[in-house]
Design a protein around this ligand. Structure first.
Ligand code: C2E
Ligand code: MG
Ligand code: MG
Length: 766
């Protein structure tokens, strides 16, 4: 049984896409990390430097802002109003803890301070710059009043009409700024020199740290010996950057075989100032190396996590696949494997058939077959045995088909085979061989199989339809015959249509009395050929043509119209019995009743009421019910027989020996007559054993208190044989064919020569 694929390509695609995404992410990460590492040295140290620089810049800017705010208080004055502002200066000095002192210099440079110091600062550079409108941070200068080295920060005072009327100056002890300029790359002790430079590279302030004895001190950065190793172009670039507000950069240099890193960062608010830091390269590199190591560790960690995720994903996908696969296998087993036979179900059959037919469908035929009256096998031999038979048949079919063929038990006892063939005779031969093989396997009884063959000539016909057409052919094989087969022809479809027509006409035919009763005489074989009665047999007279019951009764049994028809015939028979009783008082007419009635619990009562309505005694009627009725339910049949007997009807088991009947069932059935099917006679001509069996059946029936009648007697030999075997009665063309009621009436009157058998012949021993 081929396994069903679950399109793992889709899942594989998902994995591939997932891996691709991971690889892409990893690549982006690797690329970024690599370039980060490349830039790392610069960026990391730059970042450290700019953090420091921001701290320095913010401190200075904060001071500048305080001074500017103070200067704004004098915005409306023409000149500095010396008398008023002294106390304001004192207040400001108190609030600004960083500044040592605050003073104002008017446009002439004369100082106004809280301590009333009389001084002129017009010669100072910070005054000259301030009075020009510039914010100025001075180099450390000697403070005249208290003799300390201090830095001055000056901002202009804009009076009325935006005219500069003086400057506000903050005085800061040198250490306040120098203490904060040096920095530490390692995050611990200071390890670098910090500077504040103006645009020309001149040192305005510097930190206290000494990088090394051999690091040259400089007043102007651009003339420092440190830059001896740096190219002119690089120095020019730094100069250019110094002229731009807030620009930053890094340069590296070697001095006395020692590598140095110089990082600069411009103030963004004060255009003339730059923070610069100089450190040994290995100090910076140690930090950047640790940054790189951290990055590498992070990268490896990321890759490991990535790999773990991929592995976990693959494992999950595989596990899911496995589960899915086994779940699907379970489902497909249910959907595609017939639990009883272990072979294909209908769904699987359709699937496989489609595959096989897609190349050369003309080489195939769809063969349908079933077991006649399989239900009877189940009932008589039990369901386990029935199932065993179904499995045996499937096994046998399986052994008898090729790899390029397929088959299925599509339901119950119905099988389809998609069979390869060259010509019809080959199919016939294969079917015969299959029947033989099945009969060989099943030893308990001889299964009767019906086959229908649909030759596939059109690829557009669905498998279901092909099966239906093969079934139609199968149904044309008459039940009760030996195993046989039929090829589907268009005319079969025509006969199906014919059935439809019959269905449309049946009710009208009943109303119009188109159904009439023929009577076939029964005779005794006990030495005299005496008329013992007759069997009522329905005929449909349509447009002057006589249609025999074989054409419509199976259909009427299927559509249950037989119920109406049988009661109608019963009614007609009662009418006749009433009429004929004046010629033949104890006339016994047998009437066939379909097994369909058995499901009706009021069946016996209804029959009785028909008789009663004509004032006919049930003792003049024999009810014939075929032995196959027992296949449905022996118990029901026994009950119905009992009821019929209670009403006084005679009962006959019709067609005994035509099916799977067993002598065993006879003992349970309270029947009066056993009507032996003519199928028995067919064998007796040449077969001694068949004669013995027939004799045995007759004796057995007698011993059970049943009368015996054999139907279908066509020859003198058959009549003699049965007489010799002790059969009491006979019915057949040899004596008389079924005839219209008028003709039968003539016999009853004794006017007819129809039953004219040499009585002596029957008495002879065979
Ligand atoms: P059956 O009840 O077994 O009736 C005997 C059949 O054998 C009749 O066929 C009869 O014509 C035929 N027959 C009698 N003698 C011979 C013979 O020597 N040679 C051959 N070859 N055939 C012979 P018929 O009338 O065609 O009826 C066929 C079956 O239709 C009957 O079989 C019976 O089962 C059924 N049937 C007939 N009339 C009725 C009816 O009114 N109601 C029901 N339910 N079934 C009926
Ligand atoms: Mg009959
Ligand atoms: Mg019969």
């Amino acid at each position: 049984m081929p396994k069903i694929k679950h399109k793992p390509e889709v899942m594989h695609l998902v994995v591939v896409v997932a891996v691709a995404i991971f690889i892409a992410l990893a690549s982006v990460f690797i690329y970024n990390t690599t370039s980060s590492i490349n830039k790392g040295v610069n960026q990391y140290s730059d970042r450290l430097a700019s953090q420091k620089s921001n701290f320095v810049k913010n401190t200075i800017s904060y001071e500048v802002k305080l001074l500017v705010n103070f200067s704004a208080c004098l915005a409306n004055y023409k000149t500095i109003p010396s008398g008023i502002i002294v106390k304001d200066i004192a207040a400001l000095e108190k609030s600004i803890t960083t500044a040592e002192a605050i003073f104002i210099a008017d446009e002439n440079g004369d100082v106004i301070s809280s301590k009333n110091v009389s001084m002129n600062v017009s010669h100072r550079e910070y005054f000259r710059n301030g009075i020009k409108g510039k914010v100025c941070v001075s180099k450390p200068l000697y403070s005249e009043p208290d003799g300390k080295m201090v830095n001055f920060i000056s901002v202009p005072i804009y009076g009325d009409y935006k005219r500069i009327i003086g400057i506000v100056v903050g005085v800061y002890e040198e250490h306040i700024f120098s203490d904060m300029l040096d920095m530490s790359f390692s995050g611990g002790e200071k390890d670098s020199n910090g500077y504040i430079l103006n645009n020309n590279g001149e040192v305005i302030m510097h930190g206290n740290y000494v990088l090394g004895d051999d690091v040259p001190q400089f007043d102007s950065f651009f003339s420092s010996e440190l830059l001896g190793d740096v190219s002119e172009t690089d120095i020019a670039t730094v100069r250019d950057n110094f002229m731009k507000l807030g620009s930053s950069g890094i340069i590296k240099t070697t001095y006395n075989n020692e590598r140095y890193v110089i990082i600069y960062d411009g103030f963004s608010e004060i255009d003339d100032l730059h923070y610069l830091v100089i450190a040994k390269d290995d100090v910076v590199s140690a930090q950047t190396n640790s940054f790189i190591s951290k990055s590498i560790i992070m990268y490896i960690f990321f890759i490991v996590v990535l790999l773990l995720v991929i592995v976990a994903y693959i494992l999950i996908v595989r596990l899911t696949f496995k589960r899915l696969k086994s779940a699907n296998e379970r489902i497909s087993r249910i959907a595609y494997v017939d639990s009883l036979t272990g072979y294909s179900t209908w769904d699987k059959f359709v699937l496989d058939a489609k595959k096989l037919l897609q190349y050369d469908y003309r080489r195939y035929a769809l063969v349908s077959f079933d077991i006649d009256k399989f239900k009877a096998i189940n009932d008589m031999y039990g369901h386990d045995e029935g199932n065993r038979v179904l499995k045996l048949i499937a096994d046998t079919v399986n052994r008898n088909i090729e790899n390029t063929e397929t088959f299925s038990r599509i339901n119950s006892d119905n099988y389809y085979i998609l069979m390869l063939y060259h010509d019809d005779s080959q199919i016939s031969e294969r079917i015969r061989n299959l029947i033989q093989a099945i009969e060989y396997e099943i030893t308990e009884f001889v299964p009767v199989l019906s086959f229908g063959v649909y030759r596939i000539l059109d690829s557009n016909v669905s498998i279901r339809r092909m099966g239906d057409l093969a079934d139609i052919a199968k149904r044309t094989v008459k039940y009760g015959d030996d195993s046989a087969y039929a090829f589907y022809t268009e005319s079969m479809l025509e006969s199906m249509r014919e059935e439809k027509r019959i269905e449309n006409e049946m009710q009208n035919a009943l109303d119009m009395h188109e159904f009439c009763v023929f009577y076939q005489p029964k005779v005794s074989l006990d030495g005299n050929v005496n008329l013992t009665g007759a069997e009522a047999l329905v005929r449909w007279i349509k447009d002057g043509n006589v249609i025999s019951p074989g054409k419509f009764i199976p259909l009427f049994e299927r559509n249950r119209f037989i119920v109406k028809l049988d009661f109608y015939i019963m009614d007609q028979v009662c009418i006749k019995i009433k009429q004929w009783q004046k010629y033949y008082k104890d006339l016994l007419i047998s009437v066939n009743m379909s097994r369909v009635h058995l499901k009706d619990p009021q069946f016996a009562e209804k029959l009785y009421s028909i008789c009663a309505s004509h004032n006919v005694s049930p003792s003049n009627i024999e009810i014939e019910i075929t032995e196959s009725a027992a296949y449905e339910s022996l118990e029901t049949l026994v009950n119905v027989f009992r009821e019929l007997k209670e009403y006084g009807f005679n009962i006959s088991i019709d067609d005994f020996g035509s099916g799977y009947s067993s002598l065993n069932m006879l003992k349970d059935l309270p029947a009066d007559v056993l009507k032996i099917d003519r199928a028995f006679l067919a064998e007796t001509d040449s077969n001694k054993r068949a004669n013995d069996i027939l004799g045995h059946v007759i004796r057995m029936a007698s011993s059970l208190g049943m009368h015996t009648i054999c139907e279908g007697i066509e020859t003198d030999e058959q009549a003699k044989l049965l007489g010799g075997l002790g059969c009491e009665m006979a019915q057949g063309f040899y004596f008389a064919k079924p005839m219209p009621s008028d003709s039968f009436e003539e016999i009853l009157k004794g006017n007819s020569k129809t039953i004219n058998i040499p009585k002596e012949a029957l008495r002879e021993d065979t």
